[in-house]
Ligand binder design. Structure first.
Ligand SMILES: [Zn+2]
Length: 304
């Protein structure tokens, strides 16, 4: 911001005769298109500077988001490229589909990788209760998940599942979870730590309401994260779900939750996000999405 202000002041003060007309250096904003040339600096208007600020902000978001994805899924993802995310198999997946701002329904139904980060996921007591239409993690670019975890309708997901003993000392039975990205191993750590919380928590944790299920999200044509083997639902008896609620007089869903935050903290520690941090809440739902837990930390350390 300071840089932008300085540029604005300089642009307004710089007399025309000072402009090095012979020097046609291109100022790049980090994206692929030059935004203006030094030769035309005297013609730069405030709107150009504002646009540059926006571009730098979106470029910064892109860097943080792509780095978080690469850190979260190193088995699959290689590096940031000029046109998006580069996978280890050489595939480039665009970060931004160039469609600009989207309304909420479009965000859910036709997102790109960038849209997955449209609102930050906050750990612990943060993000409670969720703001209107703040559903961090609920926007999923399906080609990204399908490429990593497989297409369940073709049997590609089920063959990568492992059996995880859920709360083995407390009779939680066995659940199936994907081994891709080490998700099943992370769920075992969650289980061990939840058992050590004490017996008073067990009622929330078992019986589970399911993990892998090749199905769409209720009321949509989008695959549920359960279809990739990356989600677990706890005891439905203590679940609150926005679709079961009636909107208030203002048309909004009042937030409800009975799941203790101690349980949430254990999941978050091991890379899982919680559906209780969504305006469209689903409080029994936990999902392996380490990139969303990494992104805020990366953002904090890299903020200009
Ligand atoms: Zn669920």
């Amino acid at each position: 911001m300071v840089r932008v202000l300085r540029a604005a002041i300089l642009a307004s003060l710089l007399p025309v005769f000072c402009v090095p007309a012979a020097k046609a250096e291109t100022v790049r904003d980090g994206l692929d298109q030059p935004s203006f040339k030094w030769t035309h600096w005297n013609e730069v208007k405030l709107i150009d500077i504002k646009r540059r600020a926006q571009l730098s902000a979106s470029n910064w978001t892109r860097t943080v988001a792509l780095d978080a994805l690469i850190a979260a899924y190193p088995d699959h993802l290689s590096r940031r490229g000029p046109n998006g995310l580069i996978w280890r198999d050489g595939t480039t997946m665009p970060f931004d589909d160039g469609r600009g701002a989207k309304d909420f329904a479009t965000l859910l139904n036709a997102p790109d990788l960038e849209d997955q980060f449209y609102t930050p996921y906050r750990k612990g007591k943060g993000g409670m209760p969720p703001g209107y239409n703040e559903d961090p993690g609920r926007v999923r670019y399906e080609p990204f998940f399908r490429k990593m975890y497989g297409d369940c309708s073709k049997g590609e997901v089920s063959r990568k599942l492992a059996a995880v003993a859920w709360l083995p000392k407390s009779g939680g039975g066995t659940v199936r979870f994907t081994t891709v990205n080490g998700a099943a191993a992370q769920l075992r750590k969650v289980s061990d730590e939840l058992e050590s919380l004490g017996r008073s928590y067990l009622k929330y944790l078992r019986p589970t309401a399911g993990t892998y299920n090749c199905r769409m999200i209720a009321g949509t044509k989008r695959y549920s994260p359960h279809a990739y083997g990356i989600a677990i639902d706890l005891n439905v008896k203590y679940a609150d779900y926005w679709r079961w609620a009636k909107p208030g007089a203002d048309g909004r869903y009042p937030f409800r939750n009975r799941i203790p935050l101690e349980v949430v903290a254990v999941f978050e520690k091991h890379g899982f996000i919680w559906g209780g941090k969504w305006y469209h809440y689903d409080t029994m739902h936990f999902e392996y999405r380490p990139e969303l837990l990494i992104a805020p930390a990366k953002k904090a350390e890299s903020h200009p």
